[in-house]
Design a protein around this ligand. Structure first.
Ligand SMILES: Nc1ncnc2c1ncn2[C@@H]1O[C@H](COP(=O)(O)OP(=O)(O)O)[C@@H](O)[C@H]1O
Ligand SMILES: [Mg+2]
Length: 276
């Protein structure tokens, strides 16, 4: 079962959007997905429409408590169906949520000195339960970002098609370079340019020059299809659905391409569900 993490050392790069839409797509295909919100800003928890109950354990407890005190399973919540149209059942979607208290996990991880492996260890007992695990990390070089990096087998770097996006990509590749030797067998699936702007049949100058710069920095073979700048994505996030549910499935081509790349790492019974 693949554990996938989006990565990116700046806000607004598409980490949460790509994690969310990838998981929603896999869930729609019939594959059970566990999302892990590893960002104290907890956008993923909000985008999935989860209101935390007072006593609900979050990723903070998963990271800070030992197995004997809390099993990671106890922190999993089921994503509820939408209550307004379009109705989406979300029955394959699960989440280990976050709230702003997750920030405190950074101190615990720093003190433990094993950030790279702490989350991965906690996820081991869950591997049989899900077809994929998708982690959404914070935007800065924190211990939480390190634990997300080390927990995943597959990394995806969304980066805004802008100067800021190119800078974020450079810093994110440097982060991977720094820890790569401690993490054998992991794979960078690729770079997803985010919010690419097109006018008619042409990308804008900034879009084409930044995607070109990304290709130079990361290598052309790592470049994946771009996600178009589109209000449909924002509407889909607001309505807690996917562009496909809003009749704009073509916007999800970049997500399909990622799923093609992941296909062989899925269990055979889930590979059969992918008919793209
Ligand atoms: N295709 C898109 N076009 C324009 N805006 C988008 C698109 N997809 C998502 N957004 C908006 O971009 C914002 C930032 O994306 P997000 O995935 O939260 O970035 P990150 O997790 O890297 O901080 C989101 O709040 C969302 O509203
Ligand atoms: Mg985010």
């Amino acid at each position: 079962m693949p554990i996938i993490s989006t990565l990116g050392l700046a806000g607004g790069q598409g980490k949460t959007t790509v994690a969310l839409m990838l998981g929603r797509y896999l869930g729609r295909l019939g594959i059970p997905v566990l999302f892990i919100d590893a960002d104290p800003q907890s956008s993923l928890t909000a985008f999935l429409g989860i209101d935390l109950q007072q006593n609900q354990p979050t990723l903070l407890e998963v990271i800070t408590l030992s197995d004997s005190k809390l099993s990671a399973v106890d922190a999993i919540v089921q994503v509820p169906p939408t209550t307004e149209k379009p109705i989406v059942d979300n029955s394959n979607l699960f989440l280990i949520p976050a709230d702003d208290g997750l920030e405190a996990a950074n101190y615990k991880l720093a003190a433990g000195g094993m950030s790279l492996f702490a989350l991965r260890q906690r996820l081991e007992p869950l591997e049989r339960e899900f077809g994929a695990i998708i982690i959404d990390p914070p935007p800065e070089r924190s211990h939480l970002a390190q634990t997300a990096l080390g927990a995943a087998d597959k990394w995806l770097i969304p980066a805004e098609a802008s100067t800021k996006g190119v800078q974020s990509l450079v810093r994110t590749l440097a982060l991977i370079e720094e820890f790569k030797s401690a993490l054998p067998g992991r794979e960078l699936l690729g770079v997803v340019p985010f919010r690419a702007k097109w006018v008619g049949r042409q990308p804008t100058k900034i879009t084409s020059s930044s995607i070109e710069a990304m290709s130079t920095v990361a290598g052309a073979d790592l470049m994946l299809s771009h996600i178009l700048e589109s209000d449909v994505f924002k509407q889909a996030i607001d309505k807690q659905v996917s562009p496909t549910d809003l009749g704009a499935g073509h916007l999800e081509y970049p997500i399909e391409q990622i799923i093609q790349k992941l296909k062989l790492s899925l269990a055979p019974k889930y590979q059969k569900l992918i008919k793209l």
